[in-house]
Design a protein around this ligand. Structure first.
Ligand code: PLP
Length: 442
């Protein structure tokens, strides 16, 4: 109706006049208006609906407007909408227990933050205080958040204009399709990436390295599933030099990879010392993140003051939403569903598209965490030009699908609750879009 179209227009006008957007030059922005959502779909005021194959910023793992999570937030708001972090609160304790239950036996404490970046920030702080060392080694192909140390630990382009923190060193992680190590097999890639990391630690001075910080599966960098032996090898290297291993599970955790923690899909030896989480832990219904802390590191602060805190650490609305999210994911088998729909439907569907479309260079992923690496030449693996990704985004939206695009890739990252029918609908849209892109590169 006219009124509903007016609301879409008014939303755009207000946005244009007053909202300053992330990571963007502001002038040319034309954001999608979203007025409501349910499950794997979003819609505007006028009722145009879209399949959400972005899960927004790869965070709405449980799908939009899960009724149990919405009800838990409403109930908690009625009971106690906010309270200081220095108090003890039942919802906060229940949330922390549900998270530590899913981490290793020797990880029993959670420090809650407002999101992923400050989880990384505090994990780095803990590693530095624990080791009394300074340097943090992370990978070029990574994103760890937009605050002080997190953005400098980040390897991608967003680090460069923000390099005001010190003590950060970057390495190349394993990525066979675009190997930095001339490797021709996953085993070789793993071995050589480990040798590179070992050498960097040696020449930086192992006694100056506080932490190795890795995304369990680098996400924004292209869903780079680690090859066999890599994470276990990193764990061994850290142990050899007394270095803390921080795994960033902000994007990969809580169902995205078909596991509670993505690193559970791989051998990690005795596991990480610190885990940063956010996003999927409550699907972003209320902003929250945190650090799961090993007993050994937590014990450092038994008698010594931890020099960190946030007004909203362990906010009751966030805590209640975590409890409801994790309970619903458990009782509805949502993590298992993510794993099996990835293995049985999404993976095979995307590989079938890759066979027919020359523009698809590689399909990678697991669970509901996939990337199509798009190339203008399959031989040289030359990434497609940014204009083609712009075209793909526009054409996907025009066909009713919200895509997630990064560099030369389309990431196929629906909510964990996506159905086989919705995947089929999305595959048909990707098929059309890829047909257009094939023409552009031929
Ligand atoms: N770490 C990873 C792996 C991420 O993907 C992100 C966000 O995309 C972050 C950290 C930062 O999280 P936030 O945006 O909640 O600060």
């Amino acid at each position: 109706t006219a009124t509903e179209q007016d609301l879409d227009a008014r939303t755009k006008t207000l946005d244009k006049a007053h909202v300053f957007h992330s990571w963007s030059a502001q002038a040319a922005l034309d954001p999608l208006v979203v007025a409501g959502a349910l499950g794997s779909r979003v819609w505007d005021h006028a009722g145009r609906t879209y399949l959400d194959f972005s899960s927004q910023l790869v965070n709405v793992n449980i799908g939009h407007q899960h009724p149990a999570v919405v009800a838990a937030i409403q109930e908690q708001a009625g009971l106690l909408a906010t309270i200081a972090p220095s108090t003890a609160n039942l919802a906060r304790g229940e949330a922390a227990r549900r998270i530590t239950d899913r981490a290793g036996d020797t990880m029993n404490k959670v420090f809650f933050t407002n999101g992923g970046a400050d989880a990384i920030e505090n994990a780095i702080r803990m590693a530095r205080l624990h080791t009394k060392r300074d340097k943090v080694v992370s990978t070029y192909r990574s994103y760890h958040g937009n605050t002080g140390a997190a953005v400098v630990a980040t390897g991608d382009w967003r680090r460069v204009p923000n390099e005001y923190a010190r003590g950060h060193v970057h390495v190349f992680g394993p990525f066979l399709y675009r190997s930095e190590f001339w490797a021709t097999s996953p085993e070789q890639e793993s071995e050589r990436a480990l040798q590179h990391l070992r050498r960097v630690i040696e020449v930086e001075g192992p006694a100056s390295v506080a932490a190795v910080l890795l995304e369990s599966i680098p996400g924004t960098a292209g869903v780079l599933v680690p090859p066999p032996g890599y994470l276990a090898g990193v764990r061994e290297l850290c142990d050899a030099h007394g270095i803390v291993l921080i795994l960033d599970e902000v994007m990969a955790g809580f169902g995205r990879a078909g596991e509670w923690f993505a690193h559970d899909a791989f051998d990690t030896g005795r596991g990480p010392d610190l885990i940063a989480f956010a996003k999927g832990v409550n699907s972003g219904y209320v902003p929250v993140g945190g650090v799961v802390i090993s007993d050994e590191i937590a014990a450092d602060f038994d008698e010594t003051v931890f020099p960190g805190g946030l007004t909203y650490s362990g906010h009751p609305l966030a805590a209640a939403s975590i409890v409801a999210t994790l309970d619903a994911m458990e009782s509805e088998g949502i993590v298992d569903h993510a794993r099996s729909i990835g293995a049985d439907v999404i993976g095979p569907g995307l590989r079938e598209l890759a066979e027919r479309h020359p523009v698809v260079g590689e399909v990678r992923g697991l669970g509901v965490f996939w990337a199509l690496d798009l190339v203008s030449d399959a031989e040289t693996r030359t990434p497609v030009a940014p204009a083609l990704i712009g075209l793909a985004k526009k054409e996907a939206l025009a066909r009713g699908l919200v895509p997630f695009a990064a560099d030369n890739r389309i990431h196929v990252v629906p909510p964990c609750v996506v159905t086989a029918d919705e995947v089929a609908e999305a595959l048909a849209i990707y098929d059309d879009v890829l047909t257009l892109l094939d023409k552009e590169i031929s």
